[in-house]
Design a protein. Structure first.
Length: 515
């Protein structure tokens, strides 16, 4: 892959701009590699912007990776994939991936503002950190491994090959970061991808894909490695799933989406439901537990499916845990305030717009009002008549069958349930998680208890003595993902998740160099 002098100068200029931009920001970035860094709650900034970002970046519905029909998007992607694997080396893939990362890091502020403006949910400052995270901790070609077996009968190797064209569906909760994370992993594996994004995020997603398209081409890569349907709908999703040139389907969303993709008859990777419980016992470092729970439950206004959704704390540790949470920015709702918040954010009227989160089927009695998903704790408090500033998280003491416990609510309102024993905490936590096997957290120094809870809950991600965010590499070791494929078994996805294994055999003792 050759790079012109003009392109080289553009890259140098962009890197300089990025470094200058980074020096001017004070929010902490996620740890990378083996660095040890404890994430902190982002500094609250002034209003996202005084003028809509989309007036500065005019939305165009087609061109540069954006296509009006599914067939055109897929056909362009298929042609690009053939060119990508035939004419571009593994080192060329690294160049493509670096171009994507550089573009995202240079545009993270704009992308975060656009995402909040269009979807109306989440926290701008936290979205900046998510963009940094997926760029820094999504693995590339190094994730692909070749197996070799040699013996008297010769040599056999197994390589991880691309599927071809992938059809991917993204959620409104993490629109741009899912595209970035998926694209980095899928392109590292030699695939191309066609996105059917959530309709409520199509403007920011089309802007992102256009930017990525341009950066890849400028770096010398082929056009249309990443494409998108301009006006995504359920019909375009079904058309994408049924298209003969789509070899693999990937969906990040609820159980309905996963079920739909699995019924397509094609290989599907599905990221499903989550309602992550937290257990805190009397042996825990309660200062750290409080800090970690607040970070995870308040981050991006609790939109992440891995985020702490309910806490089960042993009676002897409860008061101190609550005290520490109040000391670190939480606000405890009294019974009357809790009633007002419930009336505000929940409804018993099934005809009202509701959001079931990733879990799909909420309580029969209550539903979460869609307009409160991903809103700040301060906004919810104000609307409920609570005059308190600088609130990171609303907390409340409830019973284990309270709607806030059983619903995946995706807002910074965290129920705390006191338990009489560790065994009771495990029983209630498992019930609240509903067998989703997504994410769970424990704060304890008792290894036997950690082991017992991990065995009982059987989640894809299990975090000990840290924020749930550590489970995806934010303040914890390991790579990150925005597609946690519990239902289909791939787990914390990476490049190798989007490959198929191919075996090559040299028999009759061939190339066996040991006699």
């Amino acid at each position: 892959m050759s790079i012109s002098e003009e392109t080289l100068q553009q890259i140098i200029k962009s890197v300089v701009t990025q470094v200058e931009s980074e020096l001017g920001h004070k929010h902490s970035a996620p740890a990378t590699g083996s660095q040890s860094a404890t994430p902190v709650a982002p500094v609250k900034m002034k209003a996202v912007t005084n003028k809509p970002v989309f007036k500065e970046h005019t939305y165009r519905s087609s061109g540069e990776g954006i296509y009006t029909t599914v067939d055109e998007a897929v056909s362009r992607s298929a042609a690009a994939q053939k060119k990508y694997v035939k004419h571009f080396t593994m080192n060329d893939r690294v160049t493509v991936l670096n171009a994507i990362k550089q573009t995202v890091l240079s545009s993270k502020d704009t992308l975060s503002k656009m995402a909040v403006e269009e979807t109306g949910i989440g926290c701008y400052e936290d979205k900046i950190q998510k963009h940094e995270l997926v760029c820094k901790k999504t693995p590339g070609i190094e994730d692909l491994k070749t197996e070799a077996m040699s013996g008297d009968d010769g040599l056999t190797i197994i390589e991880e090959a691309p599927f071809g064209v992938i059809g991917a569906v993204t959620p409104v909760t993490n629109p741009t970061t899912t595209i970035i994370n998926n694209s980095l992993s899928m392109l590292a594996a030699g695939n191309t991808v066609v996105f059917n994004v959530h309709p409520s995020s199509k403007k920011v997603c089309s802007y992102l894909i256009r930017e990525l398209h341009q950066s890849i081409v400028q770096a010398g890569g082929p056009a249309d490695l990443i494409t998108m349907v301009a006006d995504p709908t359920l019909d375009t999703l079904n058309e994408l799933a049924a298209h003969p040139d789509i070899r693999l389907l990937v969906g990040t969303g609820g159980p309905g989406l996963v079920k739909s993709l699995l019924q397509s008859g094609k290989k599907a990777i599905g990221a499903g439901a989550g309602n992550p419980p937290v257990i805190v016992d009397e042996t825990a470092d309660l200062v750290n537990a409080a800090k970690s729970i607040i970070l995870g439950a308040s981050f991006d206004h609790n939109l992440l499916c891995i985020a702490e959704k309910e806490v089960f704390v042993l009676e002897e540790a409860a008061n101190e845990l609550i005290y520490q949470m109040l000391d670190q920015g939480a606000y405890m709702l009294n019974n009357e305030e809790l009633s007002r918040v419930m009336s505000l954010v929940l409804t018993e009227d099934s005809s009202s717009p509701v959001a079931g989160g990733c879990t799909g089927k909420p309580s029969k009695k209550y539903h979460v009002k869609k307009e409160w998903i991903g809103q700040s704790a301060a906004a919810i408090a104000r609307a409920a008549g609570i005059n308190k500033e600088n609130i990171k998280l609303l907390i409340c003491e409830t019973d284990p069958d309270h709607p806030f416990v059983v619903l995946e609510q995706m807002m910074p309102v965290l129920p705390i349930v006191k338990t009489q024993s560790f065994e009771e905490a495990v029983e209630w936590a498992v019930a609240a998680e509903k067998g989703n096997r997504h994410t769970a957290v424990i704060h304890s120094t008792n290894v036997d208890r950690m082991t017992a809870f991990a065995r009982a809950i059987e989640t894809t991600i299990f975090v000990k003595n840290a924020s749930s965010l550590a489970g995806v590499g934010f303040g914890g070791e390991g790579h990150t993902t925005m597609t946690i494929a519990g239902p289909t078994g791939e787990g914390v996805t990476s490049a190798r998740s989007f490959t198929r294994k191919r075996r090559c055999v040299l028999a009759e003792g061939g190339f066996r160099i040991i006699g």
